[in-house]
Design a protein around this ligand. Structure first.
Ligand code: ACO
Length: 395
């Protein structure tokens, strides 16, 4: 099998930082610090024309001086100097660039961005960014970002077009106890896009669920094809901003994106089996659940509830999100009649009523587990004097 085209971006054997600095106030200092502190085992080459050293590593004065091959170069120098650095990296036969620097197509400087891509294409080099905060990859214990603090490894991969949102999401994942397999900032996506990155994540055993924050779509057909392939294997959750007129204008100046018609995006995501979330909190909640939950073997769900109202709300939500509640009602009645009160409801939702305690729930859940025609169980519980919410959560 051919090696994934972006494997070395996620698992580089060596990383250089053009613009590494001894000054803690600089982005180049912080990328170097994160790389060292995340335990990256490959070779690290900090580059600064002044020389010096940081974290016990001597700086090289230029990329040409670096001995041996360089898989990934992170660029943290001002925009006017980037093109020169890209040319030097191309000559050095660097494989990937992660260009953190802002000041390209998002501010109308499309010509220089195009030139960078042409130089890269001619030498076989690929570009992540520009206008990003970097890349984290659990497979390489590599934090090549300027986010603050440690990133905990885990099962969720995040691809984000917004750098600041990505950094905020790292903070939120820590609070919510969600581990990351990867965090990739894609910014203006002048070359590498979501589809390229998904090709790696699809086969990555550490990645159990994927979340994407998008402002605009480039290469729509390629993305549709890739998403259809990925969602057969693992869940994908997307947040797409720029849904309103003003939001679309903001996206254009943030990452140079064309937001496009939202209803079309929505329909396409449905076709690709992608879950669409409308807030970061919602998307992370889903990813946390999806990364930990086993793959369901079929599409029929059963709702078990002690409250009629929340059962109705859940049934509505199931319809909205395409969750099927189509288990044969006669069979449900047969199975659950002995474990539910006579005044309950044996339709789906199964309402075991407000008098139900933990023991009643347990009987119902066991019954549901035994049935081959029930593939997932949605358990709802309104806390009452006879139902201890804490005990239920812990069960
Ligand atoms: N090769 C290597 N190092 C060089 C070179 C070169 N050719 N030229 C300069 N340097 C060194 C500088 O000497 C400096 O090191 P020093 O601290 O030892 O003096 C270092 O590189 C950085 O250069 P500065 O001129 O000090 O640039 P500065 O750090 O102020 O800014 C930066 C560079 C951060 C890339 C800035 O131009 C920029 O684009 N900032 C925005 C980044 C951003 O927001 N990204 C987007 C998403 S993230 C988000 O939204 C939160």
């Amino acid at each position: 099998m051919a090696e994934c085209s972006v494997k070395k971006l996620f698992e580089p054997a060596s990383v250089a930082i053009i613009g590494a600095s001894e000054n803690p106030g600089k982005i180049g200092y912080n990328v170097l610090r994160n790389l060292v502190e995340s335990g990256y085992k490959g070779k690290i080459y900090p580059i600064n024309p002044k020389g010096g050293s940081a974290f016990g590593i001597n700086m090289y004065k230029s990329i040409e001086e670096v001995p041996g091959e360089v898989d990934l170069v992170t660029i943290t120098i001002p925009a006017k100097l980037v093109l020169g650095a890209v040319k030097q990296c191309a000559q050095k036969k660097v494989k990937f660039l992660s260009i953190i620097t802002s000041g390209f197509s998002e501010v109308g400087n499309t010509a220089e961005e195009k030139e960078m891509v042409e130089i890269a294409r001619a030498s076989g080099m690929r570009i992540l960014g520009p206008n990003i905060f970097g890349i984290y990859s659990a497979n390489a214990s590599m934090n090549a970002t300027f986010a603050s603090g440690v990133i905990d490894p885990g099962g969720v991969a995040i691809l984000t077009q917004s750098g600041a949102l990505g950094i905020a999401m790292i903070g939120k994942t820590k609070v919510e106890n969600i581990g990351l397999s990867a965090m990739v900032s894609i910014g203006n996506k002048c070359d590498i896009d979501e589809s390229d990155l998904l090709e790696y994540l699809i086969d990555d055993p550490k990645t159990k669920a994927i979340m994407m924050y998008m402002e605009g779509v480039k290469g729509g057909q390629k993305l549709i094809k890739t998403l259809k392939k990925v969602t057969k294997v693992k869940p994908v959750v997307v947040i797409k901003s720029g849904r309103s007129k003003r939001g679309a204008a903001a996206a254009a100046s943030h990452t140079g994106s064309l937001a496009g018609a939202d209803n079309i995006f929505d329909a396409v995501m449905k076709q690709c089996n992608v879950h669409r979330a409308y807030s970061i909190g919602e998307a992370l909640d889903w990813c946390k659940f999806l990364a930990e939950a086993p793959q369901v073997k079929g599409e029929n769900a059963v709702i078990i509830t002690n409250g009629g109202g929340i059962g109705v709300l859940a049934a509505d939500a199931c319809e909205q999100y395409g969750i099927k509640l189509d288990v044969d009602l006669a069979k449900l009645k047969d199975a659950f009649a002995t474990v539910t009160p006579s005044f309950g409801s044996l339709k789906n939702p199964i309402d075991i009523t407000g008098g139900a305690g933990m023991a009643d729930y347990e009987k119902c859940i066991r019954t549901a587990f035994e049935r081959k025609d029930i593939h997932s169980i949605i358990i709802l519980g309104c806390e009452t004097a006879v139902l201890d919410g804490n005990a239920m959560q812990g069960a």
